[in-house]
Design a protein around this ligand. Structure first.
Ligand code: ZN
Length: 506
């Protein structure tokens, strides 16, 4: 976190006063709210949860805002267990279990009414004295730091996660159901006579800077480099976590106005493509965050007996067989297939690729990644990218088997990036406003057999212009030639390269 909350100059006494200040404030709150009987269980649960949060903040620079709470709730068992290691257990024992045990063992003396009130007033008065003293000496420092670094409060444990948790409960359990919103009843396929297959490969945790197609020094795109691929070099994600990015990129909402609870309750671009008459198939190795709720979906069976699967996760080649089956039994002229990868999901990067794809060594075969050397960690991560690249090349190989009168294309786009220890930050999910670029700058690759669409104009835009997940909704409609009332050509990456659309706009 060093880079995020580094102060250029600071007073050591001021720094030491911070825990005292927070402690006094919490003491005041708890002294007022100390209701007998429920007080102990509440304190114990806060202590245990705070120890886990503390571990994540300390080791990965995680911030527990609304998005992170949503992530944590939507995490499956396998993902949660991938964080389990000896260091985490020791940390939880020292900072969670021991203090919780101490609280549990503490005897609470029940006193008569006046005595109890007086005892509490004494505690409150003491806390106020400490608080006022700190404010008296350091008011200027707190005001300055607060003004310039308002996000620092997001690191306060336990207030930040309690606040975000309460907000999550309110939105998800105490607010009335949002009615389903239709964006378009009848989008139209404007070229119904052509045969077309598009495969959208939805990446996971891949960051742009580790793609050799974007100029990375290590050859992570060896397998696709033999194809005519366009890399969108300045592509940015909607969120820094799957639970935000995946629903956002397929939704008509843009990053500025995106809200997950509304996204879940309205049509997305996949729905519109299906309504336009396409055969849509979602094949998932990584859930779909409600995006595939209304289209046919195949969920990879993680417990299958297959060398690619370990019971919790499958490596992404597993997607190739159902893809092959779909491509050899196309039922309509037009088909859209989404492959949702496990990609580079951490912290157990080493489990994302088979041994024979261990291209960069030495790698980091453990989950407490902060204890690997930077070289090992980056090698492991680069192996996941190179393996993704291998799977992409296999997807293209399959598309090339289709009859020549098919327009075929593959669009690969990641959901968000990843921090690999830069400034002491690991993983992803930091609040967008102060997340490092590595968590937002994502790869997007396009391959197509149609020269009519995949033009030099597109390649030039891909190199020089900046795009984001906001563009995906409209670009998919544009690429697939679907007219819809929801379509906005100014957010279609391809529109400026299609003469008829440029003319229509003028
Ligand atoms: Zn993700």
């Amino acid at each position: 976190m060093g880079a995020i909350i580094a102060l250029e100059q600071f007073n050591v006494l001021f720094l030491l006063s911070v825990p005292l200040l927070l402690g006094s404030i919490l003491l005041i709150v708890f002294a007022i709210l100390a209701i007998p009987v429920i007080f102990k269980p509440i304190l114990i649960s806060i202590t245990l949860t705070s120890a886990l949060v503390f571990y994540a903040v300390l080791n990965y620079g995680t911030v527990f805002d609304y998005g992170m709470i949503q992530n944590s709730v939507e995490t499956d068992q396998a993902e949660a267990f991938s964080y389990l290691n000896l260091q985490a257990v020791i940390h939880f024992f020292i900072f969670g279990l021991l203090p919780a045990l101490f609280i549990a063992k503490t005897k609470i003396i029940t006193q008569g009414y006046p005595k109890a009130v007086f005892a509490r007033l004494k505690v409150l008065a003491g806390a106020f004295v400490v608080l006022l003293t700190i404010v008296f000496f350091f008011y200027q420092d707190y005001a300055a730091v607060g003004r310039n670094n308002s996000h620092v409060k997001k690191f306060i444990n336990p207030t930040q996660y309690l606040y975000s948790g309460a907000k999550y409960l309110k939105y998800n359990f105490f607010e009335s159901e949002i009615p389903f919103k239709t964006l378009d009843i009848a989008p139209i396929d404007a070229s119904p006579d052509n045969n077309e297959v598009m495969v959208v490969v939805l990446g996971e945790t891949a960051r742009a800077q580790n793609f050799s197609s974007n100029g990375y020094s290590k050859n992570t795109n060896q397998h696709t480099s033999t194809y005519d691929i366009t890399s969108f070099e300045n592509m940015f994600s909607c969120g820094t976590a799957t639970a935000v990015s995946v629903p956002c990129m397929f939704s008509m909402m843009t990053r500025d106005n995106f809200e997950r609870r509304h996204a879940d309750k309205q049509q997305n671009v996949i729905d519109l493509i299906q309504l336009a008459g396409f055969d849509v198939q979602w094949i998932s190795n990584n859930g779909c965050k409600n995006v595939c709720d209304r289209v046919p979906t195949i969920n990879i069976d993680l417990s299958q007996d297959n060398p690619l699967c370990d019971g919790h996760y499958c490596q992404d080649e597993i997607l190739l067989l159902p893809l092959q089956q779909k491509l050899t039994s196309l039922s309509k002229k037009k088909t859209l297939i989404v492959l949702h990868m496990m990609g580079s999901h951490g912290p157990t990067y080493f489990k994302r690729y088979p041994k024979e794809h261990q291209k960069f060594t030495p790698d980091c075969a453990r989950s407490d990644i902060q204890n690997c050397s930077s070289e090992q960690l980056i090698n492991t991560y680069d192996n996941t990218i190179a393996y993704t690249d291998f799977v992409l090349s296999k997807v293209i190989e399959q598309l090339e088997q289709l009859p020549e009168d098919y327009k075929t294309s593959m669009l690969y786009v990641s959901d968000h990036g990843e921090s690999l220890g830069e400034s002491g930050i690991y993983l992803h999910g930091l609040p967008y406003s102060f997340s490092p670029q590595q968590q937002r700058h994502i790869p997007m690759l396009l391959w197509s057999n149609s020269e009519q669409h995949h033009t030099n104009c597109v390649k030039e835009h891909a190199k020089n212009q900046s795009f984001s997940h906001d563009h995906l909704f409209h670009s998919l409609l544009g690429w697939l030639n679907i007219s819809s009332t929801a379509y906005q050509s100014e957010l279609d990456i391809f529109a400026p390269c299609i003469p008829s659309k440029t003319l229509a706009k003028n």
